[in-house]
Ligand binder design. Structure first.
Ligand code: BDR
Ligand code: CA
Length: 309
């Protein structure tokens, strides 16, 4: 099958980031052109190490990894979210040094260059805070026009938050960057909690993944136990959300979601920091995904992940 989607993932790996990256590497429609790293679930340095480890596990060490910025645009740094993703980002799996190394270009430089070279063809899927994307906009005034699509995991229009009552974690961790991105005029799809809270998986789902792919499926199954445990402590949902994989699937299977085109702004006020709201100015609309065929998304995810080994 021809590769239709030329993709760079901006990521803070992270358990669901690991799931998303494994999926993207195995999906026949996706050409994975690089990973760029950001803080969030872990520090940026740990994110780079984890991204390199994921590529090593996949046997895709030829995919470049560019390291991103280490703190939010205006806010002081946040500690990693070890309670959700574990001390090192992959649940109970201990830290290890990867064989590979990051490239010399920074994440914003790499993103800006790739968007320029691929003019309109590059899809960027940010699945962490939007700091690197805002920095790429600063670096190249043409970036918003050069990038084909930005399909981001983050935000919530009607679902409320997951890190505060108002905010989803990725937007909360750098609201000023997110505001720049939503105001930029780039072609943006927001894959937020309105849909990812509908895509819930229990332990038996990840057991099936391990049965089909005993090496890499088992790694994801192991990580998922930690993630599922966190979700039981929150007590809100039966299972864990496929947040980041949903954004990758939305890049290639938009028919599984329903968008609502609205202008999105981000609150930078301390009381509601990181909330995604309807913008009151004349900025271009974002396609906010509002409904999802969750059964089909889970079927799609499992079928690609089953071919991982
Ligand atoms: C987002 O926050 C992170 O914990 C996850 O990796 C995902 O990108 C969900 O709110
Ligand atoms: Ca993430």
């Amino acid at each position: 099958m021809p590769k239709q989607v030329k993709l760079i993932i901006d990521t803070d790996p992270g358990i669901d980031d690991a799931m998303a990256i494994f999926y993207a590497a195995a999906a026949p429609e996706i050409e994975l052109l690089g990973l760029t790293t950001i803080f969030g679930n872990v520090t940026t340095q740990m994110a780079t190490r984890n991204a390199l480890r994921l590529l090593e596990w996949l046997g895709h060490e030829n995919v470049p990894v560019a390291q991103g910025l280490s703190q939010p645009r205006e806010l002081p740094p946040f500690p990693p979210t070890a309670i959700v993703h574990g001390e090192e980002g992959f649940g109970d799996i201990p830290a290890a040094e990867p064989r590979g190394a990051k490239i010399k270009e920074t994440a914003p430089e790499f993103l800006a260059r790739m968007a320029r070279e691929l003019k309109g063809e590059l899809v960027i899927c940010p699945i962490g805070p939007l700091t690197n994307i805002a920095a790429a906009l600063d670096l190249d005034p043409e970036f918003a026009k050069n990038v084909g699509r930005i399909v981001l995991m983050g935000g919530s229009l009607e679902e409320g938050g997951n890190i505060t009552p108002h905010a989803e974690a990725n937007i909360y961790h750098d609201p000023h960057a997110a505001e720049c991105v939503f105001a930029s005029g780039a072609n943006i799809t927001m894959v937020g909690l309105d849909v990812t809270h509908r895509i819930l998986c229990t332990a038996s789902y990840f057991d099936a993944m391990e049965a089909a792919a005993p090496r890499l499926g088992a790694l994801i199954n192991k990580m998922s136990r930690f993630y599922l445990h966190f979700y039981t402590t929150v007590g809100k949902h039966d299972g864990c959300s496929l947040h980041d994989p949903a954004a990758i699937i939305a890049c290639t299977h938009p028919e599984l979601f329903t968008p609502r085109a609205v202008p999105v702004a981000v609150s930078c006020n301390p009381e509601t920091s990181g909330a995604t709201l309807l913008a009151s100015d004349a900025r271009p609309s974002t396609d906010v995904l509002m409904t999802v065929d969750a059964i089909a998304v889970k079927r799609q995810f499992l079928s690609v992940m089953s071919n991982l080994d």
